[in-house]
Design a protein. Structure first.
Lengths: 188, 188
DNA sequence: TCCCGGAACCTAGAGGCTCTAGGCTATCAC
DNA sequence: GTGATAGCCTAGAGCCTCTAGGTTCCGGGA
């Protein structure tokens, strides 16, 4: 009978890969079951429903990205840290567009509390500590930094920059320069 | 028999309203037909398919937002213009979350060429002209500005900022101050 | 060794959404 | 009036979600 040997972990992992291949919007329980050579209904003993699947992919992605960012940050400070952190974000989105999309959609309170709010903004704060901003300016800067990195990543992924010949890599590099300059010269 | 009197315009307008109410993801042809008191199939003489519906909503939203931004920009310059433009964006996203979401997803080349690439980034350039940046810095600044405004709007809408007590309105205001300062002191 | 409980997987089926093919009916121009 | 056209319909196929209720594999205890 050759069982597929499904577990929640394997299912979610495969779902993440599928999302990267076909897009997060096209991540369906049916397609996932097909990939395992299994009937749709079989997956529902591992998943609550389709929304549950998407949330689990989001949690996986948040944890993965946090790990990468943490590694990138290790031993760095100042602008080095800023650049490493931002690149970890952007590179992850390029490598795993489906997972990155998953992270954005499903920020329900419980999910967000699980991983993002904790590790991600904590790392951002760690970077900003090098710029010595008093509160509440540091919080504002955290939000600005997140916004810009996420916004750039999202717009670039959606193809929003391809109408202009300017290289997006160069603009990205310049954007990080500008953010560094801004943080070092934060308006009072 | 009391016909519903459907036209493409009315259908798309209603779709935009529906998207704002139930979320862009939940915008379906079926739900729209239900709202008109009409069978699903009837809408397919006005629409090519479901994707076509979403794209039309995106085009509508892009045009509406461009109009608003243009009005907000009229007669303003410098920081006033920057703030007015950014607020037009953010306010629109708050008022019309479904339409704002529509704008992001569907940036296929043809659609984008229709409205966004033209009017939106042209207005952004008009604002930046006040800061006298040479090329390619102006292009980089356009991308940074778009990224930050969009990123902040998206993260705020997704609830990404509600884990911290700091008022999002105050952070937004400070973010615009910071952008203004940055543009006025762009690193070479 | 046997059996037994739980986990893994199944079939069957209801209900929703998408979209096509083909037919009827207001309504407006002439 | 009489066509022509646009607006709307029924019927139905295909895919996706999810529930209810089986059946089969597998490890651990008597």
């Amino acid at each position: 009978m050759a069982r597929a040997g499904l577990t929640v972990e394997r299912v979610v992992q495969a779902a993440a890969e599928l999302a990267d291949e076909v897009g997060f919007d096209n991540l369906t329980v049916s397609a996932l079951a097909r990939r395992f050579g299994v009937k749709d209904a079989s997956l529902y003993s591992h998943l609550k429903n389709a929304q549950d699947l998407r949330e689990r992919v989001a949690v996986l992605a948040l944890a993965e990205l946090a790990d990468r960012a943490a590694s990138a940050l290790a031993g760095r400070a100042g602008k080095d840290a800023l650049v490493a952190f931002a690149n970890a974000y952007r590179d992850y989105a390029k490598e795993h567009p489906g997972r990155y999309a998953a992270m954005q959609v499903d920020l329900t309170p419980e999910i967000a509390a699980t991983s993002r709010a904790d590790r991600h903004s904590e790392m951002t704060r760690a970077i900003l500590r090098g710029y010595h901003l008093p509160e509440p300016d540091e919080t504002d800067a955290v939000r600005l930094l997140h916004s810009t990195v996420h916004g750039y990543t999202a717009l670039e992924a959606a193809g929003g920059f391809r109408h202009h010949p300017r290289d997006t890599e160069a603009s990205w590099s310049k954007t990080l320069d500008a953010l560094h300059a801004l943080l070092g010269n934060w308006p009072s």
